[in-house]
Ligand binder design. Structure first.
Ligand SMILES: Cc1cc2nc3c(=O)[nH]c(=O)nc-3n(C[C@H](O)[C@H](O)[C@H](O)COP(=O)(O)OP(=O)(O)OC[C@H]3O[C@@H](n4cnc5c(N)ncnc54)[C@H](O)[C@@H]3O)c2cc1C
Length: 573
C-alpha cells in the first residue's frame, strides 16, 4: 500500500523541521487534534531520514499524542509545558462534557461514547484517548443510582431473573452489568477526561525503561526559555536550509540544536531538573489556540458601571447547568462555543447529544427526524469540505469563494430543513419538552446573519428551537430563545458586583446593541453572559508568539488552504 504523505495537510509547516499543530485551527475537536498529531508522527517517522530527537512544545492532547506516537517509533522526545500538568486546559471544568464522536452527528456512530468505537473491532488504537470513555463517570453512576430500582428491573427482565427464583444458571453479576450498561450512556466531564488521560499517560511513561529515556515530559518550564530556543532553532534551520538545500543530517547536531531548559519538573518523578540537555532535529508546536476573548467592548457612556461585561473561558466551570431558567442570559458570537452555551442555557442538558435524544423519544418526532437525516448528513459533508478547502477570499484581484459565503449557504439549508421539520406532527411538542420551564430569555447576539463555524448538531438544534417558537414569543411556560443577528455594535458593562453565590457568575449587566444600518443603540438588561469571540488576538496564539507567524500567510503555508473551493453542490438526497 502506498503511504500518502500528509504532512502538509495536517500540520502547518512554519520553517524547515518546525511544525505547528495548533495555530489557526478552527473546527478541531480534541479527537481531531489527536488524529492530526498521530498522522504527523507517522509521516515524520516515514521520512527517508527521520528525526532522531524532537522537541514538543505544549502538553495538551495534540502535544502528548504526537510525543507518544514518535516515542513508539523509537524517536526521542522531550515535551516542555509551561503549566504544572498535562491537559491543563480541560482540568478545571466538570460541567462541560466531551464525547468522542459528537461532531459526527447525524452519522450512525455520533452516539458512541467509547473510543475506539464499540462496534469497530478492526480499529486498533493505542492513542491517549483509547479506553478513556470505557467506564461511566462517577457523576453518571450517581445519577443512575438514584434510579437504581428501574435499572434492576431491567436487569431482571433481560436475564429472566425472578425475585423468588428459580434463577437462570448464570445470571450476569448485577453490579458489573449495571456499570457495563452505563458505559456509553453519557459523555465524560472534561475534568474527568483529563484526569483519565493523565493516569493513562503516567502508566505509559512508567512502562518506558529509565535507560532508554525515550519520552520525557517537563512541566513548569519557563515560557521565555522555550521561546528563545524555538525562535533561534527556526531561524538557524531556515538559513541552513537556504545555504545547503537540505536540513542537517539527523543526529549530527549543530550548536543551535542543543537545547538547555533552565528549570523544569520531571512530571513522572516530580523532581525538579536544571539545565536539561537535549539535541533537537525537529520542533513541533502544540501550544493550543491561546487565550480566549471573553469580554464585550466597553460602552462609552457608562456612568453606573462597576466592571466589564465578561464571561468565563469555555473550559471554565460556569455553573450554568444548574442555573435559573428565569434569568436573562446573553450569549455572544455565532460560532460553536456560543451555540453550545445557548443550548445549555435553554435545555440544562449536559450535552447536545442528550437534547437530540430527548427529542427522539417522541415516536413521531423520531420518524420525522430520521427522514431528514440523509439531507443533514449531506450538508455536514459540505461543511467539512468547506472547513478545509476555503481559506482564500481574494487573490490578485480575482474574487474567490469566501468561507463566510459557504457558511451562510449551508446555514440557510440547515434552517430550511428545520422549518420543514417544524411542520411535522409531534415536533413542536418534542421541542417544547426539551426547553426548561421558566420566564427567562436566552439572547443570542452576533454580528453575522448566519451561524458561522459550527458543528451541525448545535446549528440544527438551535434553528429547530427558533422555528418552533411562535414569532417573537415563547412556547407556553418555557424559556425563550431570542436570536439577534446582524448587530454591528455589541457593547456592555456590569452595573453591580459580580456574584458567584448562586454557583455561577451572575451580575446586573447592561448590554448596548446597534443594528446594522441603524444610528442608535438600544439596551437589554442581562443576568449572565458568555462571550464566545474565539481567540483574544491572532498574535496571542502560542505559535504566533513563538515564531512570529502571521495569519495573513496561512494560505501559503498549507496546501489545501491555497485551493479555492469551487462550488456548493446541492445536497445529495
Ligand atoms: C470555544 C471552544 C469550544 C470547544 N469545544 C470543544 C468540544 O466541545 N469538544 C472538543 O473535543 N473540543 C472542543 N474544543 C477544542 C479543544 O479545546 C481543542 O481541540 C483542544 O484543546 C486542542 O488541544 P491542543 O493540545 O492542540 O491545545 P491545548 O489543549 O490548548 O493545549 C496546549 C498546551 O500547550 C501549553 N502551552 C501553551 N503555550 C506554551 C508555550 N509557549 N510553551 C509551552 N507550553 C505551552 C498549554 O499550557 C497547554 O497545556 C473547543 C475549543 C474552543 C476554543
Amino acid at each position: 500500500m502506498t503511504a500518502i504523505n500528509s504532512l502538509a495537510l495536517i500540520a502547518l509547516k512554519c520553517a524547515p523541521n518546525v511544525f505547528d499543530l495548533s495555530s489557526d485551527m478552527t473546527h478541531a475537536s480534541i479527537r481531531d487534534q489527536v488524529v492530526r498529531a498521530r498522522l504527523l508522527a507517522r509521516d515524520l517517522a516515514q521520512l527517508p531520514k527521520p528525526p532522531q530527537s524532537v522537541l514538543v512544545v505544549g502538553a495538551g492532547f495534540a502535544g502528548v499524542s504526537v510525543a507518544m506516537a514518535l516515542a513508539a517509533q523509537k524517536i526521542k522526545v522531550l515535551v516542555v509545558e509551561v503549566n504544572r500538568q498535562p491537559f491543563q486546559l480541560q482540568s478545571k471544568v466538570s460541567d462541560r462534557y466531551v464525547a468522542p464522536f459528537m461532531y459526527e452527528w447525524p452519522s450512525h456512530n455520533a452516539d458512541d461514547q467509547s473510543y475506539p468505537p464499540a462496534g469497530a473491532p478492526a480499529w486498533s488504537d493505542d492513542s491517549i484517548l483509547a479506553g478513556l470513555w470505557d467506564a461511566p463517570a462517577i457523576a453518571t453512576l450517581k445519577q443512575a443510582g438514584r434510579d437504581r430500582g428501574a435499572w434492576r428491573k431491567r436487569w431482571k427482565r433481560l436475564h429472566g431473573v425472578r425475585s423468588h427464583g428459580p434463577y437462570p444458571a448464570e445470571p450476569p453479576h448485577w453490579d458489573e452489568w449495571f456499570v457495563r450498561e452505563l458505559r456509553g450512556q453519557v459523555p465524560l466531564p472534561a475534568k474527568e477526561l483529563a484526569r483519565r488521560a493523565r493516569a493513562r499517560l503516567l502508566e505509559h511513561l512508567a512502562a518506558i525503561p529509565p535507560t532508554s529515556a525515550q519520552l520525557k515530559i517537563l512541566t513548569r518550564v519557563d515560557a521565555d526559555a522555550i521561546k528563545r530556543f524555538v525562535g533561534a532553532f527556526a531561524k538557524q534551520m531556515g538559513s541552513w536550509y537556504q545555504s545547503m538545500s537540505s536540513p542537517p543530517i539527523p543526529g549530527s547536531y549543530r550548536p543551535w540544536q542543543h537545547l538547555r531548559v533552565a528549570t523544569g519538573v520531571d512530571w513522572l518523578t516530580s523532581q525538579p531538573e536544571h539545565n536539561v540537555p537535549c539535541d533537537v532535529d525537529a520542533v513541533i508546536l502544540g501550544g493550543g489556540a491561546g487565550p480566549e476573548r471573553v469580554e464585550l467592548d466597553a460602552y462609552p457612556f457608562k456612568f453606573d458601571a462597576v466592571g466589564p461585561a465578561a464571561g468565563l473561558s469555555f473550559w471554565d466551570n460556569d455553573g450554568w447547568l444548574g442555573a435559573s431558567a428565569d434569568d436573562h442570559v446573553g450569549v455572544f458570537g455565532a460560532g460553536d462555543g456560543a451555540l453550545q452555551d445557548a443550548l445549555r442555557a435553554l435545555t440544562g442538558h449536559k450535552h447536545p447529544l442528550m437534547t437530540i435524544h430527548a427529542i427522539r423519544r417522541d415516536p413521531r418526532a423520531r420518524a420525522a427526524l430520521t427522514a431528514v437525516e440523509p439531507e443533514l448528513a449531506a450538508i455536514d459533508r459540505q461543511n467539512w469540505l468547506a472547513a478545509s478547502w476555503t481559506q482564500v477570499s481574494e487573490e490578485k484581484g480575482k474574487p474567490r469563494f469566501h468561507r463566510g459565503v459557504l457558511d451562510e449557504v449551508l446555514d440557510q439549508r440547515c434552517r430550511a430543513i428545520a422549518c420543514r421539520l417544524s411542520e411535522q406532527p409531534g415536533i413542536n411538542q418534542a421541542v417544547a419538552d426539551i426547553l426548561l420551564a421558566g420566564t427567562g430569555v436566552v439572547y443570542h447576539v452576533f454580528q453575522e446573519n448566519y451561524f458561522t463555524k459550527s458543528y451541525l448538531l448545535n446549528r440544527f438544534l438551535l434553528h429547530l428551537i427558533d422555528v418552533c417558537q411562535p414569532p417573537g414569543g415563547r412556547l407556553a411556560g418555557k424559556i425563550r430563545y431570542s436570536s439577534m443577528p446582524d448587530m454591528a455594535e455589541i457593547r456592555g458593562y456590569a452595573r453591580s458586583v459580580v456574584s458567584a453565590r448562586q454557583g455561577y457568575q451572575r451580575a446586573d449587566y447592561r448590554i448596548w446593541l446597534k443594528r446594522r444600518y441603524s444610528l442608535s443603540y438600544f439596551s437589554v438588561p442581562m443576568h449572565r453572559v458568555a462571550v464566545r469571540y474565539g481567540r483574544l488576538h491572532p498574535d496571542s496564539q502560542p505559535g504566533h508568539q513563538l515564531l512570529g507567524l502571521s495569519s495573513e500567510k496561512i494560505a501559503e503555508r498549507t496546501c489545501l488552504g491555497g485551493v479555492p473551493y469551487p462550488h456548493v453542490a446541492e445536497p445529495m438526497p
